[in-house]
Design a protein around this ligand. Structure first.
Ligand code: NAG
Ligand code: NAG
Ligand code: NAG
Ligand code: NAG
Length: 401
């Protein structure tokens, strides 16, 4: 009896001594909102291509962004985080194509110092996005994401920004190295890095679920894992590609077939990006797609257009990622018809979301799987391994477009 009590006491003490080893933290999820801005929406393709150009050349090469050429994204997926001891809310674009987090795009809702704010020495910052840019000053502060408070997070307070009107800034959740050169600091840890270092999350994973624009729900982002309630089937992981420049981003190797037998893109490196609207393909793959579908370029919207008869014959695209094949249906390949007039198109027409990236394959950036792709699949970025996970969702085969 005495022995039993002693060992029980030992067990209790041992448990108390190492609580973090026994407690598994649940991932922290946040709902997303969709933000629309149709001003300048006829420039979707130009905007996406400008962003692709920045991915290709590395950030600092495009320092001179012409503010007049900058257009807001037509659709942005945003989430609300709180900053500082006053928990001031900011609506931020979820971006896997960059890693700086900043607020103040709306000058009427700029960064406000509170008791938790600490200035960063020589803390100027500048981030070019191709489709916009931001500059301002860095602060160390607390950022609250759902029920998770990340302490000592370095964030930007914008003094000038272009291309992000109607939102408060960016939640950059891409690879941390993308912050290199944006300030005098070697890199700036992301909220995922800091939450992981503080043991608030167990894994350096972020799960992204974008519901299509036609759905009533907008989506969810989850920190520290993936959300099984948002995907169907199995979640398959592949390593981040080793081919530059895609390797600096959420980059993967992928091949694409049109229908069962026509390869339009042989296995090549490219990226998955929450900040790009369309599915951009290397020029040779795009030409093969145009040839296969019979689509014509529509000069008003800048998108490819097909006739109802061509749509009836439009075959699925098949994406091979790792050992798995993902079907991207004909319906997934068309721009949501309810948004045709919003982008300057005509109500009854059928436009395609596949566009030309502006350079040939084999350059290390053979595709960008943007929002149009992400609206059909669940994805996970694990910066620890580093790897990328993908699964189907309830919307993969949706016919709502
Ligand atoms: C946040 O809330 C969820 C669900 O209520 C919970 O499972 C999780 O452990 C919480 N996380 C933290 C860091 O408190
Ligand atoms: C900017 O912020 C102010 C203050 O919160 C808000 O009233 C206004 O609607 C915001 N502007 C935009 C374009 O979101
Ligand atoms: C929409 O975007 C344009 C730039 O493309 C910007 O000037 C305008 O303020 C934005 N409108 C809203 C409501 O965000
Ligand atoms: C276009 O399609 C035809 C068959 O439909 C094929 O013979 C030809 O090689 C294709 N051209 C290109 C550039 O893919």
């Amino acid at each position: 009896m005495l022995l039993q009590t002693a060992s029980l006491l030992f067990l209790v003490l041992a448990t108390a001594a190492s609580p973090t080893r026994l407690v598994s933290r649940s991932p922290v999820s946040l709902p997303l909102a969709r933000h629309f801005n149709f001003t300048g929406a006829t420039k979707i393709v130009e905007r996406d291509r400008a962003r692709a150009q920045t991915f290709k050349t590395g950030s600092l090469a495009t320092r001179a962004v012409d503010p007049d050429s900058v257009t807001n994204a037509v659709v942005s997926y945003t989430t609300t985080v709180q900053v500082g001891s006053s928990a001031k809310p900011y609506e931020l674009i979820v971006d896997t194509g960059s890693a700086n987090t900043w607020v103040g795009a709306n000058s009427s809702n700029s960064y406000v110092r509170s008791s938790t704010s600490q200035p960063v020495l020589l803390g100027g910052f500048y981030v070019p996005y191709g489709s916009g840019s931001v500059e301002g000053f860095l602060w160390k502060d607390q950022v609250t994401i759902g029920n998770l408070t990340v302490l000592n997070q370095i964030i930007g307070a914008a003094t000038v920004s272009n291309g992000f009107e109607g939102v408060d800034g960016i939640l950059g959740i891409g690879p941390t190295d993308l912050t290199t050169g944006t300030s005098v600091l070697p890199t700036i840890p992301t909220v995922i890095d800091n939450a992981f270092s503080a043991k608030s999350i167990d894994q350096k994973k972020v799960g992204v679920f974008f519901a299509p624009t036609t759905a009533s729900e907008a989506g969810e982002i989850i920190f520290g894992g993936a959300d099984p309630s948002k995907y169907t089937g199995s979640l398959n992981y592949v390593p981040i590609t080793s081919t530059s420049p895609a390797s600096s981003y959420v980059g993967i190797d992928q091949s694409i077939k049109y229908g069962e037998s026509t390869t339009i893109l042989a296995t090549t490196a490219g990226i998955v990006d929450t900040g790009t609207t369309l599915l951009l393909l290397a020029t040779d793959a795009y030409n093969a797609y145009v040839n296969a579908t019979g689509a014509m370029l529509d000069s008003t919207t800048g998108l490819l257009k097909i006739t109802p008869a061509q749509y009836a014959n439009l075959e699925s695209l098949f994406f091979t990622i790792g050992d798995s094949i993902y079907e991207f249906t004909a319906n997934a390949q068309i721009w949501p018809r309810s948004l045709n007039t919003a982008i300057g198109g005509t109500a009854g027409s059928i436009y395609l979301i596949v566009s030309d990236i502006g350079s040939s394959s084999g350059s290390g950036l053979g595709f960008i799987n943007g929002m149009s792709f992400l609206q059909r699949f669940y994805t996970v970025y694990d910066s620890a391994t580093p790897s990328f996970g993908i699964a189907t969702t309830a919307y993969t085969d949706s016919t709502d477009n």
